[in-house]
Design a protein. Structure first.
Length: 60
């Protein structure tokens, strides 16, 4: 980890900001993916299922 800190300190200020922004993006992405999937599951369960006969009725 000290090797990483040494490399970071060698960067110019704009490159440091870019690295920090990228790390923030990765951390934000990680926290978003860990939210419970209950809402997603509820939405999926609400999807209607059509049979062939339902589709035939719409085509006529």
């Amino acid at each position: 980890m000290t090797d990483l800190a040494l490399k970071f300190n060698l960067l110019d200020p704009s490159a440091r900001k870019e690295v920090i922004d990228f790390m923030d993006f990765l951390l934000t992405k990680e926290t978003k993916s860990k939210k419970p999937l209950t809402n997603y599951k509820k939405k999926i369960l609400k999807v209607s299922v059509w049979s062939d006969s339902n589709i035939d009725l719409m085509i006529l």
